[in-house]
Write a protein that binds this ligand. Structure first.
Ligand SMILES: [Zn+2]
Length: 373
């Protein structure tokens, strides 16, 4: 644990750095703000906890030793490392257990949903942005950061720490600050920490040092970028694909349907739809080549929040072709033949973002916490 400040009984913010060991900027930002947070410990309305890890990978400057620490945060994965004999655990399993040992008492003693701010950086140059599960609790805090917000990315990546936290009723916001080795990335992380401290009510705005400057810094770094983008397409890459992104694309670049975005063993890879190109893969590995997103206009986002706040999201299950999973009320089953644009839009509005293919049907899943409100 890097630090703990404030008092019990109020809002709790956990700032997390270095879950990927080649992303030390988050840990640097935490170290930079920590003396300022401690100095204000008596004024904090609640508690700020700072955690770092993957510690072994941070020491070696690698993303991970054996496996990505930001995966396997499923209920089964957690139970497995929790119940195992620590002597028999190694590398990331041991790291995950260490994080759980620090995180779980914090979550258990909190009187309200805990906010976890998870700081990341990336291999290429790009403006800061954040991503999170599309839940009301997350939106309330995430929209306080003046950077583009990507919705639905977490729904296509299995077992992230924040996905798990969202499922058990807390808030999880991943903040990408910029290129790994760019000093500005640490500044962006620092700005995000203070803005979230203010947004969660831990300190009154006028007691947050440099709040206006932090807000202006992030705004300037994201000038002309959309506010909210939702993922509509994911290009999956297999190892044998020989995938190579066409040069020069940046995160959030507009692309047209049919535009050549990459090449692989079979020839050119073209955009299947127009929209915003997200996370083009120039380095590293993994099965995501790129994503295409669509800008969510402000009024649509407002409508989506209102629908859920009023509990109208359950009405979507009344559509004649929609069936609710009898075991899991957060799952809706839709025949593939009904899967046209407006139906998908409506499901997204109601928070059903995760898509599981089941033959001639598609299962849409929402994060369970919207039901816990
Ligand atoms: Zn990362």
């Amino acid at each position: 644990m890097l630090g703990r400040a404030g008092r019990k009984g109020g809002p709790v913010l956990v700032v997390f750095g270095g879950i990927h060991g080649n992303e030390p900027a988050g840990v640097r930002a935490i170290r930079r703000v920590w003396p300022e947070i401690e100095r204000r410990s008596d004024s904090l309305r609640g508690e700020v906890v700072a955690l770092a890890g993957n510690r072994a990978a941070l020491r070696d400057g690698v993303r991970f030793v054996k496996r990505d620490l930001n995966r396997r945060w499923t209920f089964e994965g957690i139970e497995r490392v929790r119940s195992a004999d620590p002597a028999g655990l190694a590398d990331e399993d041991l790291e995950q257990r260490a994080i759980l040992e620090r995180l779980e008492p914090v979550l258990a003693h909190a009187h309200e949903p805990v906010t976890v701010l998870d700081l990341h950086s990336m291999s290429g140059t790009g403006a800061p942005f954040c991503c999170m599960s599309d839940t009301l609790r997350n939106l309330r805090v995430g929209l306080g950061l003046p950077v583009p917000l990507i919705l639905g990315l977490e729904e296509v990546i299995d077992g992230t720490m924040l996905g798990y936290l969202s499922d058990v009723g807390h808030r999880g916001i991943a903040f990408e600050g910029g290129r790994h080795d760019d000093p500005a990335t640490v500044d962006h992380h620092e700005a995000a920490i203070w803005l979230v401290v203010a947004r969660t009510g831990l300190l009154p705005e006028d007691q947050v040092p440099g709040l206006a400057e932090h807000r202006a810094r992030l705004r300037a770094a994201c000038r002309d970028l959309p506010r909210v983008v939702e993922v509509r397409y994911r290009h999956v890459v297999r190892e044998e694909d020989d995938f190579e992104m066409a040069p020069g694309f940046r995160n959030f670049d507009p692309v047209r349907k049919g535009q050549r975005l990459a090449t692989d063993g079979r020839g050119p890879v073209r955009a299947p739809m127009s929209g915003r190109l997200l996370l083009p893969r120039y380095q590293g590995q993994g099965e995501d080549g790129f994503f295409i997103g669509r800008v969510v206009p402000r009024p649509v986002l407002r409508l989506s929040r209102a629908i859920r706040r009023l509990g109208l999201d359950d009405e979507v299950a009344r559509l004649p072709f929609v069936t609710r999973d009898p075991v899991d009320p957060d799952r809706l089953v839709v025949p593939r033949s009904y899967l046209v644009g407006p139906v998908v839009d409506l499901l997204h509005l109601c928070g059903y973002r995760r898509r599981l293919d089941a033959g001639d049907r598609v299962v849409f899943v929402r994060r369970r916490q919207d039901r816990l409100l």
